[in-house]
Design a protein around this ligand. Structure first.
Ligand code: GDP
Length: 196
């Protein structure tokens, strides 16, 4: 399963800049450094997103076309301790507006680093997502950095976190952008989700 070339078509710092709704959308979000940019680039098989960006610099939602199939959305990271309160609030509002209002949004993929699993900032974010109508699913990346038994334990812990959350998809997507493990299967699931 190859995706058509990804192309950037809109960036929004405020809800009024969201592009009109058209194709189905899937959005990616995660704490800084979890491997979100690398994941998007692996899925796209090209470097459309800059990796290891300094957090707090480009706090905007970026919209990409996956050919004419669907839209992939790159959300700003969350859980920056050193970003000031006002900035965090602006970000939270932008994110909540997008998640709440966007009818074409099919799923939010929350990216977690396999080594670190679920942190407090993630738990809070899960709760926020769960209170909205949008389904969300965990994508565990950097799975190449864990031995199989550790990875299995990590997945069980995440599933426990998700159990009480009604809008959480119970299956965890497990991938590595380094080895490409799970990437093709993930593309297939995304195409299915967006009606292809
Ligand atoms: P982002 O801040 O979430 O967008 O994270 P990046 O994609 O910039 O990745 C952060 C760091 O993790 C970089 O040094 C990447 O090379 C590394 N990284 C990302 N994905 C993987 C992976 O699947 N395996 C390994 N071993 N390293 C990864």
């Amino acid at each position: 399963y190859a995706f058509p070339l990804l192309s950037f078509f809109a960036g929004a710092k405020v809800p009024t800049s969201f592009p009109p709704e058209s194709l189905d959308e899937v959005a990616f979000v995660g704490r800084s450094n979890v491997g979100k940019s690398s994941l998007i680039n692996s899925l796209a098989e090209s470097s459309v997103v800059r990796t290891s960006d300094k957090p707090g610099l480009t706090q905007q939602i970026n919209f990409f076309n996956v050919g004419k199939l669907f839209h992939m959305i790159d959300m700003p990271g969350y859980g920056f301790a050193f970003v000031d309160e006002a900035e965090r609030e602006t970000w939270r509002e932008l994110m909540e507006e997008y998640i709440t209002r966007r009818e074409t949004l099919k799923r939010v993929y929350v990216v977690l680093d396999a080594r670190h699993g679920v942190k407090v900032a993630d738990t809070e974010f899960f709760r926020m997502l769960n209170s909205k109508k949008t389904k969300f699913q965990i994508v565990l990346t950097k799975c190449d950095l864990l031995k199989l038994p550790e990875l299995a334990k990590r997945i069980v812990t995440i599933e426990d976190h998700l159990k009480p959350l009604r809008n959480a998809v119970k299956d965890v997507v497990v991938v590595s952008s380094k080895t490409d493990a799970g990437i093709n299967q993930f593309r297939k699931e995304m195409l299915f989700l967006t009606g292809h």
